[in-house]
Design a protein around this ligand. Structure first.
Ligand SMILES: Cc1ncc(C[n+]2csc(CCOP(=O)(O)OP(=O)(O)O)c2C)c(N)n1
Ligand SMILES: [Mg+2]
Length: 327
């Protein structure tokens, strides 16, 4: 552990800020959905927020990320503008996809957030293609593919890892292993213990880390990023985590191990990180409280503006479906 990169106080505070934003945003969505004010499919990332909060401290605006329906944490951590995010969630014209993408298709290409996809496994080939583009651009950009444990059993996983390794593409494959694919546990999906062992088959490093531990995530990401930026090729990071809600908000979660869920909630990484910031003298209670209040206010502003904005006009229905033909 001693020769591994460790986050300094300022970085830890930034990781906490991102994670606190994800948590508060999640709470606001659930509140508005249960009140019937916001209607959408919601795959809560609560419990998994340390993973992207740590990865994204290494990312620049022009680095690429691709994610899945359970990817709001990835987007928020990379810096999705809150106003445009809430407008998109609420289906309003002021969203980044003019309200026509919604929560399943969040994108913000100007900040490197290239796709949210509902097709399991499809973030990986897209991120691999973006990695190829980054290699051709030659500006040292990296491409991050976020996906779940279930997606590690899809053909696109194998094809993407093989191609990225072969061409030494600057891709970081991040398997956010919450141990369930929809209602099926990992134990019922594979004979192997660790998906990271598959990296060896394609000739790239693979590590399994505690995704809820900022130190472990930081060290794994630092190694993967420096390898990618140096033109040495991709890495597979399997980040172990657990989701606090069911697959889709509103489901009963009958298939989930109740004891493990209770344990995961008791080990919520957010209060732990908050306490660490206090213990290590990185921030005072008053400073953290102010940071959390500021996040709440930012969400208030974004929600209010979103609900005041108009829905797209019906004339927008067929626009932006196909690329415009150039004469
Ligand atoms: C190609 C494809 N097959 C099946 C589905 C249905 N489906 C939606 S989510 C999901 C589970 C994926 O689990 P995982 O990759 O572990 O991600 P998590 O939801 O746990 O974050 C499945 C099978 C789909 N959307 N796309
Ligand atoms: Mg999963």
């Amino acid at each position: 552990m001693s020769n591994q990169a460790r986050p300094d106080g300022k970085t830890l505070l930034e990781i906490y800020r991102k994670a606190a934003l994800i948590k508060q945003n999640d709470e606001r969505i659930i509140k508005l959905m249960t009140a019937g004010k916001l209607v959408m499919p919601y795959y809560s990332p609560r419990g998994q927020e340390i993973i992207p909060s740590t990865i994204s401290v290494f990312l620049n605006d022009d680095d690429y990320i691709c994610t899945i329906y359970r990817g709001l944490h990835d987007m928020l951590a990379k810096g999705f503008p809150l106003g445009e995010l809430w407008a998109e969630l609420a289906g309003r014209v002021t969203g980044t996809c003019k309200g026509k993408g919604g929560p399943m298709h969040l994108t913000c290409p100007s900040r490197g957030m290239m796709v949210t996809t509902g097709i399991v496994g499809s973030s990986m080939p897209i991120a691999t293609g973006l990695g190829w583009a980054a290699q051709l651009n030659g500006r040292g950009q990296v491409s991050v593919a976020n996906f779940g444990d279930g997606a590690a059993n899809i053909g696109a996983f194998h094809e993407s890892l093989n191609m990225a390794a072969l061409w030494k593409l600057p891709v970081i494959f991040v398997c956010q292993n919450n141990t369930y694919a929809e209602h099926t546990s990992m134990a019922r999906s594979t004979r192997i213990e660790r998906y990271s062992t598959r990296a060896d088959s394609y000739g790239m490093p693979g590590v399994t880390v505690d995704g809820n531990d900022p130190d472990a995530m930081y060290a794994a990401t630092a190694a993967a990023i420096s390898r990618a930026r140096a033109g040495e090729g991709p890495t597979l990071i399997e980040a172990m985590t657990f989701r606090f809600n069911g697959h889709l908000l509103g489901e009963a979660g009958h298939y989930m191990d109740k004891e493990r869920l209770a344990q995961a909630k008791a080990n919520d990484p957010l209060p732990k990180l908050r306490q660490r910031l206090l213990d290590e003298g990185v921030a005072s209670e008053a400073e953290l409280a102010a940071l959390e209040r500021d996040i709440a206010q930012q969400i208030d502003v974004a929600v209010t503006a979103a609900f005041e904005a108009p829905f797209p006009d019906v004339s927008e229905l067929k626009r932006d479906v196909f690329a415009q033909q150039i004469a």
